[in-house]
Ligand binder design. Structure first.
Ligand code: NAX
Length: 324
């Protein structure tokens, strides 16, 4: 049996974690031969609820779970963490402006960035799920100068998976027949789900779907899917978000089958400004991701990519004073 790895999860009593923790414990993220130690973080007011979750994990008698830590102290939660899934965040309250939301979360993610810097494994893989995810990841990274910035990522895999299904259903094929799906930019309504490089069963997606469907149906459906789930379910995406977080970490740690979307620090690729966390097409191998280069971008794509880049630059400007 392998040595256990330490997995920190914040927002452990929240709705995403109610699926995420159990699937990680079952081995879905790192495989059926990888024991885990779960290190769960909550705010003090939610510790009773978190302890209830711990009781349930214990009641599952998962063979892979070696230990569970439940705490309201980020320094304890991130101690020696090999993986950190930052799910807990401050939701938008009544009357809260976008700027207030950014600031409230910036406060949380700067504290967590420092705690990761001081206590986590130097190789920790960080995934930020809590919104605004891209900018929260930037803040955490800015507060963790001793950890390589490339180890801070944000989640656009849910958008990627949503896009796969939309295209597969439209073309009467299966998600596994779709290659080269790309989500560019921010995990927000400005994201750009791009079909220009996509193939379904080896055929160019643009030969199979109409341009009009792409522009007026596919793109807005993927961009607005979160709101559609809230409308239908009365609560935001939870199990699907957890599943995508598992896909993101699984592929990063163990390798991706093809191209997947990850929000990562921009290195200037595709003309995107450095210093923001931007979703790119990547391939993962040997515990590392690499941006897939060389895609040709038409004017339509470039415009959409710039629009979502602009939003990320504005988000960064709103929290600049917290970036250290
Ligand atoms: P919940 O409100 O159910 O749970 C969040 C939990 O985080 C709560 O239990 C809360 O007490 C805890 N929390 C708040 N501040 C904390 C802190 N400083 N330290 C530790 N825990 C803290 O939200 P849930 O539905 O689980 O969603 C969590 C986050 O994911 C939200 O920000 C949400 O917007 C975001 N999402 C991101 C997605 C993505 O694709 N990137 C999709 C799904 C989801 O909307």
């Amino acid at each position: 049996m392998k040595d256990p790895v330490r997995i920190a999860i914040t927002g452990g009593a929240g709705q995403i974690s109610y699926s995420l923790i159990f699937r990680i414990a079952a081995g879905d993220m790192l495989g059926p031969d990888q024991p885990v130690i779960l290190q769960l973080l909550e705010i003090p007011q939610a510790m009773d609820a978190l302890n209830g979750v711990v009781m349930e994990v214990n009641d599952c008698a998962f063979p892979l779970v070696q230990d569970i830590v439940a705490t309201d102290d980020p320094n304890t939660a991130f101690k020696d963490a090999d993986f950190a899934l930052l799910v807990g965040a401050r939701p938008r309250g009544p009357g809260m402006e976008r700027k207030d939301l950014l600031e409230a979360n910036a406060a949380i993610f700067s504290v967590q960035g420092k705690a990761l810097n001081d206590h986590a494994s130097r190789d920790v893989k960080v995934l930020v799920v809590g919104n605004p995810a891209n900018t929260n990841a930037l803040i955490a990274s800015a507060n963790a100068p001793d950890i390589d910035a490339g180890q801070f990522t944000a989640m656009t895999r849910l958008d990627h998976n949503r896009a796969l299904t939309q295209l597969a259903q439209k073309t009467g094929k299966h998600v596994t027949d779709v290659e080269n799906m790309i989500i560019w930019g921010n995990h927000s309504a400005t994201q750009y789900p791009d079909l220009a490089q996509c193939k379904v069963d080896g055929k160019a997606a643009f030969d199979l779907v109409e341009r009009d469907w792409y522009e007026t149906d596919f793109i807005p459906t993927v961009q607005q899917r979160g709101a559609a789930i809230i409308k239908a379910r009365g609560a935001s995406s939870a199990a699907s978000a957890a599943s995508s977080a598992i896909d993101h970490m699984h592929d990063w740690a163990l390798g991706s089958k093809g191209i997947v979307s990850m929000a990562i620090p921009s290195d200037g690729s595709y003309g995107i400004e450095e210093g923001i966390i931007y979703s790119y097409p990547v391939r993962c191998q040997g515990g590392k991701y690499e941006i897939v280069q060389g895609f040709e971008l038409d004017e339509f794509s470039q415009e959409k990519m710039k629009a979502t880049e602009k939003e990320l630059r504005e988000e960064r400007a709103a929290v600049e004073h917290l970036l250290g």
